[in-house]
Design a protein. Structure first.
Lengths: 448, 330
């Protein structure tokens, strides 16, 4: 990750104010300077940041500090609460028309990810809501945009309505709705061409389509990496079309995604989905609270815990938590974790969600899934004594392990080093977590 | 001669369609940016802390990036002290001079490493949707206009419709495209393309790759492999590795530049979508922190909409109104 998170930034200030029982104005001012920088680095629009910082200042000063928190943490809590509020309280749902078909229009800048998102959404509606969507290819400008949607349609075995690139987009959209009614499709997803919000002619094309098909939902697709310009884009699209929601794409990247906050602040419409990868099933409902902590750089604890809970045995996890706390983890635990982690999904995705797991902590623990098999082989070649107590591994033992696992001594050494790094990291993380806001079920982090 | 005068003179020497197009592309940028600067100057008479704070905001709103902005502000403060500047209107020239200086570190920004009498290979890399394929189409057109024989390699074998998209560009521009089926190994496509380009005695081979987010370790490894295969077939190739960046991107562009450079030794940047309202200020931060030059800018979706980057033009575009005011007064 490119930037240190707020937690890290604030550590210094927090350390200084540990012993006090009330949050003073000076504390807040100092911390707000850091909050401001963190938000700006996260690409939140500067106007949005300004207003936010002022609001929080007012709320934070003079607060009694909660028992379980230090004054510094108290301020972070206020910041996080406010940010979550601003992001929107809860998850929101996609529209559903009384009389089918429900018409959804996808709009946005070039390269934002509209076509992919259209297919993902169609898949989502069918898979999770038992709907029968039809996709419509209205991008008549970008070379092979229609091919792209048709290919995705084939992959999904889902109908795509297209009339080539010679017909006007508004005509395609209109015909598509007729077709959908005839075919009893209950959702119509209209993919439109990417365009600049300052391109009047093309913005008018969207208005025409809107007037012709009367959509139940107009989703603005926004690249999560967008910078300060996100407000201009969102404002313009909203003004011309009255968007009803936002889809944030490419959130599987390492951007903080401050654009989410900007867009939410200027349009007031909810962010409904998040694109989490290039594969067609990598679309997830958007969680405003998690986004708040991501923007702040405090890690997505909740996502991690949720993910972990679905695939990890609870009591075993508690034991591990204890071990982690004391950094008393062995290669046996490691092996077990490896297996469990594999069930949870891509490792880098998981690691990115760990609080404090930013560049500093993760630099030496780079995860490359193609290496996991090798790691497993190495650990399996250890005797149980070695697994419990890796410090006894001398040169000849290492040679034997390398031979047994079909790897090299360097590989073995690398793993041992990583293992030590990991223990160190766990120690750091658990100490970071201690005293922080209590979470349901305590803190669990069985990631490796 | 003042800095602005020099800038303007240098600029009017090349008042051609290029400049016009560039200015047109930057109009929106300039209007809002300079508009804010003027607002700024009207609001504050004297150069004080409040003034700098506001200035900081103006630069941040252009996506320049906090670190670079803070650094820039510090330098400006020093300069203001040194030159004893008291009034805000006198600080405009200092600001733009600083920016131009930062963008113009090496002097030969837009220069491409072209091979004489041999195949020049240019590899395009970047995250999803930034404009790699489109830029290849536009650049192929440029080279063709120069009388060069161009071949395109359809190295994006992953995204649906990517090969077809490049083929449409090939037809549009009138150049050959070497492709394999969707899903095949991109390194193998490059191998094929190199041999085919050589057989055709082509001058330039432009290699498209699939968009990938820089934090995907495996995909970055794949890209390293693509580059390795090219280098194995042609020593010293690829002769340029161009990272395509979307001007709308915020601070993540820095992370993109860092990681793509680590993987593929990026030699230059193409900054696309400058025809929107995004200011692309992040290239300042990238130049500042990583010293990667911008070689081209994308100013639209048409074949002609790719122009060599010129730091003076860039700054001129940002501060055009201020510049005109000043030279009019002289
Ligand atoms: N306005 C504008 N649009 C551009 C510019 N460059 C590219 N585009 C558009 O941006 C969209 C994405 O461009 P592509 O060339 O497909 O991007 P890519 O990087 O190849 O995308 P992937 O292969 O999907 O990663 C297309 O709609 C292009 O027409 C530009 O300079 N200005
Ligand atoms: Mg492409």
């Amino acid at each position: 990750m490119a930037f240190e998170g707020l937690a890290e930034r604030l550590q210094h200030t927090i350390d200084k104010m540990k012993s006090r029982g009330k949050v003073t104005e000076k504390d807040v001012k100092e911390m707000m300077r850091e909050v401001r920088l963190a938000l700006l680095e996260a690409d939140v629009n500067f106007k949005v940041v300004k207003k936010f910082v002022n609001d929080v200042k007012e709320r934070a000063v003079g607060q009694e500090v909660m028992k379980s928190l230090t004054p510094g943490q108290q301020v972070i809590k206020v910041v996080n609460d406010e940010l979550t509020k601003l992001m929107g309280g809860e998850q929101s749902k996609i529209a559903h028309a009384q009389k089918p078909p429900t018409v959804v229009m996808m709009v946005g800048l070039q390269g934002a990810g509209k076509t992919t998102t259209t297919a993902k959404l169609a898949n989502h509606l069918r898979k999770h809501h038992n709907r029968q969507p039809m996709m419509v290819a209205c991008d008549i400008y970008r070379p092979a945009a229609i091919d792209q949607l048709e290919t995705l349609g084939k992959e999904l075995n889902m109908p795509v309505f297209s009339m080539g690139d010679k017909e006007k987009a508004v005509n395609i959209a209109t015909k598509a709705i007729e077709q959908a009614k005839e075919d009893h499709r209950d959702y119509v997803l209209i993919d439109t061409a990417g365009r600049l919000h300052v391109d009047e002619a093309l913005m008018n094309e969207l208005v025409e389509i809107k007037e012709a098909v009367n959509p139940d939902e107009i989703l603005l697709v926004v690249d999560a990496m967008t910078g300060q310009d996100a407000v201009n884009v969102a404002e313009s699209f909203h003004e011309s079309l009255g968007i009803t929601g936002v889809v944030l794409t490419k959130l599987d990247g390492d951007t903080r995604g401050g654009a989410a906050l900007s867009v939410k602040a200027v349009t007031g419409t909810p962010i409904k989905f998040a694109g989490m990868g290039e594969k067609i099933d990598q679309l997830e409902p958007f969680h405003p609270d998690r986004m708040a902590s991501r923007i702040l750089g405090m890690g997505d604890v909740l996502s991690l815990i949720e993910k972990a809970q679905t695939s990890v045995d609870e009591t075993r996890a508690r034991e591990l938590e204890e071990k982690m706390r004391t950094a008393d983890i062995t290669f046996d635990d490691f092996l077990e974790q490896l297996a469990q982690v594999r069930n949870m999904g891509p490792l880098d995705e998981l690691l990115a969600m760990i609080p404090g797991a930013n560049k500093k902590l993760l630099k030496n623990v780079q995860v490359d899934e193609s290496h996991i098999g090798r790691i497993e082989a190495i650990v399996r070649s250890m005797t149980s004594e070695e697994k419990q107590n890796p410090s006894i591994l001398n040169a000849s033992r290492k040679r034997r392990i390398a031979k047994g696992s079909g790897t090299s001594i360097q590989d073995v050494n690398r793993l041992l080093k990583q293992f030590e790094e990991m223990k160190k990291m766990m120690k750091q993380m658990t100490s970071m977590q201690k005293g922080k806001k209590k979470r349901k079920g305590g803190f669990q982090l069985p990631f490796m | 001669m003042s800095f602005f005068k020099r800038l303007k003179e240098k600029f009017t020497e090349q008042t051609d369609a290029v400049t016009e197009k560039f200015k047109e592309g930057l109009t929106k940028t300039r209007d809002s940016f300079v508009g804010r600067m003027n607002e700024l100057f009207a609001k504050y008479r004297t150069v004080d802390e409040d003034f700098f704070e506001e200035l900081e905001e103006v630069l941040i709103s252009a996506d320049v990036g906090v670190t670079t902005v803070l650094e820039l502000i510090e330098e400006l403060k020093d300069e203001v002290r040194l030159k004893n500047v008291k009034e805000t209107k006198d600080i405009g020239p200092i600001i733009s001079e600083k920016l131009a200086e930062k963008l113009d570190k090496t002097g030969e920004d837009a220069h491409l490493n072209m091979q004489e009498d041999a195949l020049t290979i240019i590899l395009f890399v970047g995250v999803n949707g930034v404009g790699k394929t489109t830029t290849i189409g536009k650049l192929a057109h440029r080279f063709k206009e120069e009388g060069k024989h161009v071949v395109l390699a359809a190295g994006d074998t992953f995204r649906a419709g990517a090969i077809e998209q490049l083929e449409v560009w090939g037809e549009r521009v009138g150049v050959d495209v070497v492709k394999q089926t969707s899903g095949s190994d991109p390194a193998a496509v490059m191998y094929d393309a190199i041999h085919s380009a050589r057989a055709k005695r082509a001058d330039v081979l432009l290699c498209d790759t699939a968009g990938r987010l820089q934090n995907k370790v495996n995909l970055m490894k794949e890209l390293e492999k693509v580059k390795r295969v090219i280098a194995r077939e042609v020593p010293n190739a690829p002769h340029e590795v161009l990272l395509v960046l979307d001007a709308t991107t915020g601070q993540n562009a820095l992370s993109q530049a860092k990681t793509f450079r680590e993987a593929t030794d990026v030699s230059g940047i193409v900054l696309t979508k400058l025809d929107g309202t995004a200011k692309g200020g992040i290239v300042l931060a990238i130049r500042n922190e990583l010293d990667i030059p911008v070689k081209f800018v994308g100013l639209g979706e048409g074949v002609e909409d790719l122009k060599p980057f010129d730091a003076n033009q860039f700054v001129y575009g940002l501060f055009q109104e201020l510049i005109e005011e000043e030279t009019a007064n002289e």
